[in-house]
Design a protein around this ligand. Sequence first.
Ligand SMILES: Nc1ncnc2c1ncn2[C@@H]1O[C@H](COP(=O)(O)OP(=O)(O)OP(=O)(O)O)[C@@H](O)[C@H]1O
Ligand SMILES: Nc1nc2c(ncn2[C@@H]2O[C@H](COP(=O)(O)O)[C@@H](O)[C@H]2O)c(=O)[nH]1
Length: 188
Amino acid sequence: MTSPTNAKLVVLAGPSGVGKGTVVRRLRELHPDVYVSVSVTTRPPRPGEVEGRDYFFISADRFDSLIESDGLLEWALVHGVHRYGTPAEPVCEQLEAGHSVLVEIDLAGARQVRAARPDAVTVFLEPPSIDELIRRLVGRATESQEEVDRRLLTARREMASRSEFDHVIRNIDVDQAARELAAILGLD
Ligand SMILES: Nc1ncnc2c1ncn2[C@@H]1O[C@H](COP(=O)(O)OP(=O)(O)OP(=O)(O)O)[C@@H](O)[C@H]1O
Ligand SMILES: Nc1nc2c(ncn2[C@@H]2O[C@H](COP(=O)(O)O)[C@@H](O)[C@H]2O)c(=O)[nH]1
């Protein structure tokens, strides 16, 4: 898989609740043509999530088939519960067509992409503080207390990995963070 043009593969990672989804939504408002990969997941949809927009919600058997057929650029068991993966084909197609691609994934996935595609540009989105991260995760109110605790445990490990990334964006203000991400994607 090569990208003959200036098309970039940009990986956005960061702890659960830091605001990755929120920043990517703002990026899409600013740059409606940006291509954002849609992951597959074995997690059930949350209220309001739309198939094919937020995720492709698939069965564990289907996920196994995608792994076996090399259909995923990367995949991971995230927070020890559900599997998530990046479908390889649409990413390759976009890059070959000269379009930059943004993938929003966890730390394990970011490491796999970096190994498979050393030309990928990695971005870590960090919170202003751990207390603010907790406020955001709890305030979102989409997870049980048990799940919040699990995500915070993972978050502490992920925060320690920030120096592995090519860029670090501190998500204080959503608009500012989205503009910094756009600049990395070469959209400004
Ligand atoms: N800059 C910000 N200031 C204040 N609140 C924010 C900011 N960015 C995001 N939030 C809020 O934080 C919460 C978590 O954001 P979001 O769901 O985008 O996180 P995430 O990193 O995508 O999480 P996950 O990895 O679990 O999917 C949301 O309620 C969102 O509105
Ligand atoms: N390795 C991958 N991680 C992914 C992918 N898609 C999303 N994610 C990460 O999962 C967590 C949890 O997401 P949620 O929607 O259940 O809150 C989040 O941190 C995402 O970054 C993927 O394709 N591969």
